[in-house]
Design a binder for this molecule. Structure first.
Ligand code: DX5
Ligand code: ZN
Length: 218
């Protein structure tokens, strides 16, 4: 059960300090948005390189950008432990997943809430992690979409059937009142932005979320 705080909800003028407030997290979730794949713009390679230099914690890069095949390998090259591309933005997801692994990163693929998992069942073993979005990507602070829960259950079953230990991440609206049902459905990696950074004590918020997820795990 891993908690990956999203720095999308942090103070962008003090990113290094903000990362220092979440030392007990399992990784730092970095949301890269290009104002084309999603209607919001955050950061690109130069800022992520600066984050890489500022922390030893694992970086979990979530690319919400068009033409992922062109850009995702650069994020593996800068030393990110995991790079997630959206299947809706990749022309060749199997080739891209192999490229990320060849460059030393974990390969992860994301699906928007309305994108079905079934067409991708046979390629799960190409991945180290599957991200099922539980909000429409683009902004922090949205409400968790319960409509995604059955897809989380089907993905968990498919991962177990594959015999390969693929992580199952959920991102969007993860908070104390939603994390238990995501964990019960089979998620084991949880992104939380506003639930961590809007808390008075982000570090305690992480421990509390992790405890709730552990207790709810099937
Ligand atoms: C949304 C991003 C999320 C976002 C989550 O498109 O991918 O990582 O930061 O924020 P919360 O936890 O506030 O929903
Ligand atoms: Zn994200």
């Amino acid at each position: 059960m891993q908690i990956h705080p999203s720095i999308l909800s942090a103070d962008f003028a003090h990113l290094a300090d903000e990362i220092g407030r979440i030392e007990n997290s399992d990784a730092i979730h970095v949301d890269v948005m290009d104002n084309h794949f999603v209607p919001n713009l955050t950061m690109g390679l130069p800022v992520v390189k600066a984050i890489r230099a500022a922390t030893h914690k694992p970086l979990d890069i979530h690319l919400m950008i068009e033409d992922a095949d062109r850009w995702a390998p650069d994020y593996a090259d800068l030393g990110a432990e995991s790079v997630t591309f959206h299947v809706e933005a990749s022309g060749a997801p199997i080739r891209l997943a192999r490229e990320l692994r060849a460059r030393g990163s974990k390969a992860s693929m994301a699906l928007k809430p309305a994108t079905p998992i079934e067409p991708y069942m046979d390629m799960l073993t190409e991945l180290d992690m599957l991200l099922l979005m539980t909000v429409e990507p683009g902004f922090g602070g949205q409400s968790f979409l319960d409509v995604v829960l059955p897809k989380i259950r089907r993905a968990r079953q498919a991962i177990e059937d594959s015999g390969v230990p693929i992580a199952l991440q959920v991102d969007g609206g993860v908070a104390p009142d939603t994390i238990e049902r995501a964990a019960e459905a089979g998620a084991d990696v949880f992104v939380a932005g506003s639930a961590v950074y809007s808390a008075d004590d982000p570090s305690k918020a992480i421990d509390d979320l992790r405890a709730l997820a552990r207790n709810a795990q099937r």
